[in-house]
Design a protein around this ligand. Sequence first.
Ligand code: SF4
Length: 257
Amino acid sequence: MALPRELKVDRKASRRKDAKAGKPRIPKRTAEWRRPSAKRVRALRDRLREIYGRPVNQPHGDPVAELVRTILSQNTNDRNRDVAFDRLVERFPTWEEVRDAPTRQVESALKPGGLAKTKAPRIQEVLRRIGDPPDLEWLREAPRDEAVEWLCELPGVGRKTAACVLIFTWDLPEMPVDTHVHRVGGRLGLFRPNASFEEAHDEMLAITPPADAYEFHINLIRHGRAVCRPKPKCDECGLSRMCPWRKARTAQGERVG
Ligand code: SF4
């Protein structure tokens, strides 16, 4: 079976080296990586859609809530995030009240979500910086790069959090790269192997048609949670025939999945 273009190697030279070293060798894919074609991205999107369905974004239009919720999601799972968020808005009905409360009270509300000692002062500082009353509506009409750059100046806010605010609040085309998207996208060759989260984010934005951003983001996460886990279940994977990571390893006689 022909290897995909991005994995083509000088097989003879490779084998000579392997024999000399006395061990199997994984091709140096970093140097040979090519940005995937639009056709390949579409094929991956379609295959994921067959497996996981077509998620539809339901933008809620509340950027401050999204920003707070995303800060709460850092280093914890969705359930803990939601518990912490619900307790916060139940105890403090307005963002001004969250901002002006004694930090210990905010910490106490956030406790079930974990890292409350870090997140409580962070959220209060963010709320102090976004106007009085706290307001982010202007981001909707701002040029995208300006909006992301401005959000990333806030304490504890990086590219992923900024992207979450834009896509989940207003369905603006963004591609938050979390640990699942980073792992699965890297294995599928959507960006360079060993790319940083920032580089992966830029690449994902570049290759994903705006109309597909939400769907691709959600389905890559679903795939990362269900199958392409840190220890991947390649034998059960509906994308295995399209996966350069798996092909490279099986070509070298490595057992995967
Ligand atoms: S074949 Fe394996 S590594 Fe590739 S996407 Fe599927 S589970 Fe992940």
